[in-house]
Design a protein around this ligand. Structure first.
Ligand SMILES: Nc1ncnc2c1ncn2[C@@H]1O[C@H](COP(=O)(O)OP(=O)(O)O)[C@@H](O)[C@H]1O
Ligand SMILES: Cc1ncc(COP(=O)(O)OP(=O)(O)O)c(N)n1
Length: 274
């Protein structure tokens, strides 16, 4: 059987809603063989992040080497990288294997406010990783950090996308999950020339833990299958919409999105799950 493969380079979320766990579940649901390179272990649940245990940069390099020298991958997604040394090590390893379908989710801060990226690592993210990105997927606060711009209006979002494209990312998706006063969740894709809008109804729920991780890993899975960036983002948007609509009420804080909703709905002809 010929399978497509995707690799996530990210941190572990013990609660299973974000990080490596969200990525692997998404890969599986989208029919892609998932592999993981761990950069940090977090003690985390629906209430937030209780502790972060970063791994040394050699650990990431060695794991990537093990995968690259034997199995290979059709696409890569990066998530929580925590510090500059890990970012540089990951960028070197990705370049050395010549992997091109790279989705960079520039994870900075978890929902409860815990930092998942050191402030001084932002320069490395811009200089070392963005030039390798086929797609970068910032939320608005992340785009503000990366560009140094205050982003409020649609024109500012488009200008930020142009700046990130100039920094080397071939496609930019400006995610609209944080525009809570807007009725729709609007993500804007920029390919260096044109802007494309992906719009869905905003779902009123507190269970949005892991939305960014799930969205970016869905893009990586679709790229691994050979789809265009536009089609990959389009499927990822449908995947995350279903995952939030059918989100899971567990724990006492922000519950996780539902990774099996998209596939099960397709089996049920589009109906929401009971
Ligand atoms: N309440 C919501 N309703 C519908 N879509 C949402 C909602 N919140 C986030 N999204 C979508 O989830 C994806 C991740 O966005 P976002 O939450 O901004 O990322 P992050 O988790 O990195 O902050 C985007 O496609 C965004 O439009
Ligand atoms: C280990 C780990 N990686 C990334 C995140 C951030 O996930 P995200 O999808 O942005 O979701 P929220 O944290 O905003 O719920 C994380 N929390 N943990």
């Amino acid at each position: 059987m010929k399978v497509k493969k995707a690799l996530t380079i990210a941190g572990s979320d013990s609660g299973g809603g974000a990080g490596i766990q969200a990525d692997i579940k998404t890969f599986q649901e989208l029919g892609v063989y998932g592999m993981s390179v761990l950069t940090a272990v977090t003690s985390q649940n629906t209430l937030g992040v209780q502790a972060v245990y970063p791994l040394p940069p050699e650990a990431a390099a060695r794991q990537i080497q093990s995968i690259g020298e034997d199995i290979g991958t059709d696409a890569v997604k990066t998530g929580m990288l925590f510090d500059a040394a890990v970012i540089k090590s990951v960028a070197r390893s990705i370049s050395s294997f010549g992997w091109e379908k790279v989705v960079v989710d520039p994870v900075m801060i978890a929902k409860g406010g815990t930092s998942l990226l050191q402030k001084e690592a932002i320069a490395a993210l811009k200089e070392d990783l963005l030039p390798l990105a086929m797609v970068v997927t910032p939320n608005i606060p992340e785009a503000e950090e990366l560009t140094g711009m205050a982003i409020k209006t649609e024109e500012e979002k488009k200008e930020a996308a142009r700046v990130l494209h100039r920094l080397g990312a071939s496609h930019v998706v400006m995610k609209g999950g944080h525009d809570e006063d807007v009725e729709k969740a609007v993500d804007i894709l920029f390919d260096g020339e044109n802007f494309f809008y992906f719009t869905s109804p905003r779902i009123q729920t507190k269970n949005t833990h892991g939305t960014g991780c799930t969205f970016s890993s869905a893009i990586a899975a679709e790229l691994a299958k050979g789809h265009s960036v536009y089609n990959a983002v389009s499927t990822a948007k449908q995947f995350i919409q279903a995952a939030i609509e059918d989100s899971i009420q567990i724990g006492n804080g922000h519950g996780p999105t539902n990774h099996w909703a998209f596939g099960r709905r397709n089996q049920l002809g589009g109906k929401a799950l009971e």
